[in-house]
Design a protein around this ligand. Structure first.
Ligand SMILES: [Zn+2]
Length: 371
């Protein structure tokens, strides 16, 4: 199990390097237990992996949704090189150790042990490991689009993301927007002949300063928030800029419609255009993930909680691929080893004992729903 985890970390599955190497490692690993996995690969190195352990029974299937990709290690120095998977004092260090290769290894090991035990299952286990969860959810969207209608009826969807063994049923959504102002380039010595896109953006930023996003506070997830996190404009000190872009990170709560937010921005554009006919801007969606809100009183969640011995569910601040599985109409639960506060930071690690604990939990979950 440790060896597999190290190999997966060493596979270095950033967006740049792709997921194919990790998918191949998992495919080979599952093959040793007689489980056939299918790799769906595109663009050279991008990959999803799917495996279905079929049963003769009639109970709803359990779908485990993992992601193979990791965020880049970042600029800060690490105690150990981020993709060397160093083991020290019961922990394995490396980018992706907690988010979420520890979870992947725990699920794979649990499934292998169940298959090897020849336990009679009354429903299918489906393993899915996605590409691109950290960037654009390309893998999850592709899976739902291509295979969604071919799946058996599902009892539920489980995401083994690092929740430190909390049962998570809700998280906020994410809307990333890009606003661009357009100007007209001119020589820096004759600015009156151009239209300065940075000046237009300043007008836009002033409006956004006073803009209040519309939402109803949510009992579990609290408030929606918005932050302008990048700005780019201008090419040279002596050229009037013809373009300026900002990127806005909005975290949404259930009930919020992203089209309303875009409409609000377009209304601001109209107002600014009335004040200055040279003002020109457009808004585009960079990424949109809905909020997750699984009914914590439904039978699946209740049975899940009893399988892992936890009485209450939680909401978290981070976002997952979970909402992309809404078209499958099955309850989604996030539950896995590792601390979420270690993710996306230097010196990310996972406790080996947590991965071992997770194997036992996933076996209990599978047997609870499928035997
Ligand atoms: Zn993750």
């Amino acid at each position: 199990m440790k060896g597999l985890l190290k190999k997966l970390i060493q596979a270095e599955t950033t967006a740049e390097k792709g997921e194919l190497a990790a998918a191949n490692i998992i495919c080979e690993e599952l093959g040793q237990s007689g489980i056939n996995a299918r790799i769906d690969s595109w663009d050279g190195n991008r990959a999803n992996l799917t495996a279905q352990i079929k049963s003769a029974g009639r109970r709803g299937a359990l779908l485990f949704v993992c992601h193979l990709d990791v965020v880049p290690p970042g600029e800060a120095a690490w105690k150990y090189p981020p993709f060397s998977a160093v083991e020290s004092e019961g922990k394995i260090y490396g980018r992706g150790s907690a988010d979420m290769k520890g979870g992947i290894v725990a699920v794979l090991t649990a499934v292998e042990q169940i298959v090897e035990s020849k336990a009679k299952l009354e429903g299918d286990i489906i393993l899915f490991a996605a590409a691109g969860e950290e960037t654009d959810s390309c893998g999850a969207k592709r899976f739902v689009r291509d295979l969604g209608s071919k799946l058996p009826e599902l009892a539920g969807v489980v995401l083994p993301e690092p929740t430190d063994f909390e049962v998570v049923t809700a998280h906020r959504g994410m809307l990333w927007l890009k606003v661009s102002t357009k100007g007209k380039a001119a020589h820096g010595s004759t600015p009156e002949l151009g239209v300065n896109a940075i000046a237009s953006m300043k007008a836009m930023l002033d409006e956004l300063e006073n803009y209040k996003i519309r939402f109803e506070p949510h009992k579990l997830l609290g408030e929606s928030c918005m932050s302008i996190n990048t700005i780019r404009g201008g090419k040279a000190i002596n050229v009037v800029p013809d373009k300026c872009d900002i990127e806005i990170d909005i975290r949404t709560v259930p009930g919020q419609n992203y089209r309303d937010i875009i409409e609000d921005l377009q209304k601001i554009f109209v107002k600014l255009k009335q004040e200055n006919s040279q003002f020109e801007a457009e808004v585009s969606v960079v990424r949109e993930v809905g909020a997750l809100e699984t009914d914590s009183g439904c039978d699946f969640v209740k049975d899940f909680c009893s399988a892992v011995g936890i009485s209450e569910t939680k909401a978290v601040g981070f976002t997952t691929d979970g909402p992309h599985f809404a078209p499958l109409s099955a309850p989604v639960v996030i539950f896995g080893p590792g601390k979420s506060e270690l993710c996306h930071k230097p010196d990310e690690y996972i406790e080996i004992s947590d991965v071992e604990k997770a194997v036992e939990y996933y076996k209990d979950i599978i047997l609870k729903f499928l035997s």
